[in-house]
Design a protein around this ligand. Structure first.
Ligand code: ZN
Ligand code: ZN
Ligand code: ZN
Length: 377
């Protein structure tokens, strides 16, 4: 097989990391925080490119308005931290096994400060900080700075575009494999192989929901033998150059029944209407309402049992959420899924999902395969 490996898009530069760090400090000031504590996971990757092992040893990056960003690391990982892409922009301090890491953190934190802390921080670390600084307090970053990573810069958009194009190439190939007589897990394995073949370094999910399993939006893949006449929901994605892909198409194994065609067409119209509604200044919840209205008016409102979409970046589910109650206005550079579905319990399901980017005037899809109901063998 010829290799389809692509060159990495433009590098994430030191200026990009500096701009992200400045955004953290400014946003923290805006909401009255004494600082922001970033622990290993997506926030730390986004800010520094650093991916330490996620263990019980305390690693944290502290931002506050009156000091340099400082990364506290276990001594044995200091060398790795120094080699991270954004490391030149932070000062690094370490703590040694056998000493108290929270005492090492003390000088970095205002004793009575309120801090935003990464959602994925371990509870044991937050409790350790609270015991060391009993007058400090903490808020989840997703609650106090929900949009921190939501607006993508040029290097991020290039990666998301590459990931979307790779996912599209996977779909173009999966519809040529045999479905009838194979198990869902066999098709899921094909999807995983194709994602890697088309440049993904990580596969996060390969949903193959055949027949009644398609009515469960988070069914991954099981032993079920796919039969002629089945509807199959294919929802797959992962990370490429560190950024996510996530697309869904629903196919029919052989000719589709009229009811399947009708439901598929309603979902297709709902998805198209929601994409067409995307432009700067529209609230996230309004995009959800547009999709829901089409499905509700067609009589299937009770069967659209999840939000319309989620942001995507260094993770595959992140703000902005396209959901009722989210008043956040869309801003150019935001990137998220639009994925309405109809789920008929015990029978079948249909979902159609594309990643889109908000442009200066409207919208650009990052997934561009046909959304027509595809017949497979
Ligand atoms: Zn999901
Ligand atoms: Zn998906
Ligand atoms: Zn999704």
């Amino acid at each position: 097989m010829p290799s389809t490996a692509q060159p990495a898009p433009t590098a994430i530069t030191s200026d990009d990391y500096a701009a992200r760090m400045a955004r953290v400090v400014n946003d923290a000031l805006d909401v009255g925080l004494a600082g922001v504590i970033v622990t290993p996971g997506p926030d730390l990757v986004w800010l520094t490119g650093y991916r330490p092992p996620i263990t019980e040893r305390l690693t944290m990056l502290v931002f506050s308005p009156d000091q340099e960003p400082t990364l506290l690391v276990p001594l044995l990982e200091r060398r790795d931290a120094e080699e991270a892409e954004g490391a030149a922009l932070v000062s690094i301090v370490d703590w040694m096994d056998g000493t108290d890491p929270y005492e090492a953190a003390r000088p970095l934190l205002r004793p009575d400060g309120q801090f935003g802390i990464s959602d994925s921080a371990w509870a044991m670390h937050m409790i350790g900080l609270e015991q060391t600084l009993p007058h400090s307090s903490y808020r989840a970053l997703s609650e106090c700075l929900p949009m921190l990573r939501a607006v993508k810069d040029v290097s991020e958009l290039a990666r998301l575009e590459a990931a979307g194009a790779a996912a599209d190439a996977v779909y173009d190939e999966i519809v040529r494999v045999r479905f009838a007589g194979r198990r869902e897990t066999d098709v899921a394995a094909d999807l995983a192989g194709l994602l890697r073949y088309h440049g993904h370094e990580q596969v996060d999910f390969t949903v193959v929901g055949s027949g009644p399993n398609g009515a469960n939006p988070h069914h991954e893949a099981g032993d079920r033998l796919i039969e002629p006449g089945d509807t199959v929901v294919l929802d797959f994605g992962g990370l490429m150059f560190g950024y996510g892909s996530d697309t869904t198409r629903t196919v029919s194994v052989g000719e589709a029944r009229p009811e399947v065609r009708e439901v598929h067409e309603i979902v297709r119209r709902a998805q198209q209407a929601a994409v067409d509604a995307v432009r700067p200044g529209v609230a996230c919840q309004d995009i959800d309402r547009v999709a829901r209205k089409v499905i509700t008016e067609a009589g299937y409102g009770d069967h659209f049992i999840h939000r319309t979409g989620h942001g995507i970046g260094v993770t595959t589910h992140e703000p902005p959420y396209i959901v009722e109650g989210e008043g956040q206005l869309l801003v150019p550079g935001m990137c998220f899924s639009i994925e309405p579905g109809i789920y008929l319990a015990g029978r079948f399901g249909v979902r159609i999902e594309d990643i889109v980017t908000v442009t200066g005037t409207g919208v650009q899809r990052l997934n561009n395969t046909s959304r027509a109901l595809r017949i497979v063998e």
